[in-house]
Design a protein around this ligand. Structure first.
Ligand code: SF4
Length: 56
């Protein structure tokens, strides 16, 4: 399946802004998405913008 992942998404619409992103606590430039390691600045076609901050 091609999720069209790119390393640098448009400002405000990258993995760090996405509901599916989970931070790597040791390195804020990275995180995971559905169990896969992604860059905070990345983006794919499943991007879904966070509307409110939820605590986990
Ligand atoms: S769904 Fe896409 S945009 Fe969202 S965190 Fe995962 S890779 Fe990034």
């Amino acid at each position: 399946m091609d999720v069209e992942y790119i390393l640098n998404g448009p400002v405000g619409e990258t993995c760090i802004d996405c509901v599916n992103f989970r931070h790597n606590v040791e390195d804020p430039s990275k995180g995971t998405c559905f169990g896969r390691e992604v860059a905070a600045t990345g983006r794919c076609k499943f991007f879904k913008k966070k509307t409110t901050r939820v605590s986990h």
